[in-house]
Ligand binder design. Structure first.
Ligand code: TXA
Ligand code: MG
Length: 330
């Protein structure tokens, strides 16, 4: 069932909240990507969510709350630095991992003693969670390993008939998922880069933050993969286009680039998509991967992205995870 809430229809949001409260699964918009919600204290509902998503049992889920007030009973303690981050960045694209209390089900956290928490910055998400009246598990609403959904239709592509409702509020704003920071150990560590950068976090908590993306629980699982063969060119394609010519001419190729001057001579089978800047690419990346798949492209080549921009690092992280092949300089 698709519930259109582009006009913020409160009755539809209440209906979705009722479904979740009664143990159903509902996809909902956030500012990052669409989430899939289940009642966090209903073990059967959480198990069904893991099942329909095809989520690995070793990969923990996060809890979504309507306000900071909900955190207290779910965790052992809130360290001062974490509290400051909540005040500064919530509602917003930051997932904070803390030591969990006994009230959080082991099935949510994959048996870990910690739990991830976030208050999303989207009016529909906040009303939905508020009306549900309970914390909701809120993992990205894609089949495991697929690109995250930034439109309701992406949720439907992956999960139609498997879930009970989709709250459709149009395209999401930032297009990539939240930054994940672990505050359960001695020093804070970033487990997944996102819109909020390490420098922004360090400026708030005034202590150094380790980049631990390579030791996150999610590292071993395939991520974000479209059905097309995906290549990331670390070297700008304008200097590396000979590699494109090496694909057989019967392959339909999509080149995704920020370089509007990029030209390929005599290559009818190569289509170019130019984006304005890194923010636009972040916003549309997952939709581009899914659209290319629908349009029958065989190969997608993403042109080099600068790491310097605010979002560059988070974008490269995702593209490199999704890519089957990475072209270095040679
Ligand atoms: O922006 C987002 O965070 C989106 C929207 C829907 O809120 N959600 C999202 O959820 O991306 P998911 O489940 O696709 O990603 C959560 C990430 C995973 O990489 C998971 O391994 C990590 O957070 N994570 C969750 N709990 C954790 C924990 N206790 N310790 C370490 N990593 C954890
Ligand atoms: Mg995900």
């Amino acid at each position: 069932m698709v519930l259109n809430v582009i006009q913020h229809d409160l009755e539809a949001i209440k209906e979705a909240a009722r479904i979740v409260r009664e143990g159903g699964l509902v996809a909902f918009p956030t500012e990052t990507v669409y989430g899939l919600a289940a009642h966090a204290f209903n073990e059967e509902a959480v198990c069904r969510l893991l099942e329909v998503k095809g989520r690995a049992r070793g990969n923990p889920l996060t809890l979504h709350l309507a306000s900071v007030g909900g955190v207290e009973s779910l965790v052992e303690e809130i360290p001062e630095g974490a509290r400051r981050l909540m005040e500064r960045f919530w509602p917003g694209p930051l997932t904070i991992i803390l030591k969990k209390s006994a009230s959080v089900l082991p099935v949510v956290t994959a048996g870990l003693s910690t739990v991830g928490l976030r208050v999303p910055d989207h009016p529909v998400a906040l009303d939905f969670i508020r009306f549900a009246g309970v914390p909701v598990v809120g993992t990205s609403a894609n089949r495991a390993g697929r690109p995250s959904p930034t439109k309701a239709e992406h949720v439907i592509q992956d999960l139609k008939d498997l879930i009970d409702a989709v709250l459709d509020a149009g395209e999401t704003r930032t297009g990539i998922e939240s930054t994940v920071i672990d505050f359960s150990g001695e020093h804070p560590r970033i487990l997944r880069p996102g819109v909020i950068t390490r420098a922004e976090i360090e400026a708030v908590i005034k202590t150094p933050v380790e980049d631990a993306r390579h030791s996150a629980p999610a590292r071993e699982y395939p991520r974000y993969q479209p059905q097309c063969f995906l290549v990331y060119s670390r070297k700008p394609l304008r200097e590396n286009s000979v590699r494109l010519q090496a694909f057989p001419p019967d392959r339909k190729i999509l080149v995704v680039t920020l370089d509007r001057t990029l030209l390929f001579s005599g290559s009818q089978h190569i289509q170019k998509m130019v984006l304005e800047n890194e923010d636009a690419l972040a916003k549309h990346l997952f939709a581009i991967l899914r659209d290319a798949e629908q349009k029958g492209f065989d190969i997608i080549v993403v042109d080099a992205i600068r790491r310097e921009g605010k979002i560059g690092d988070a974008l490269i992280y995702r593209i490199e995870k999704a890519a089957q092949e990475i072209w270095d300089g040679d």
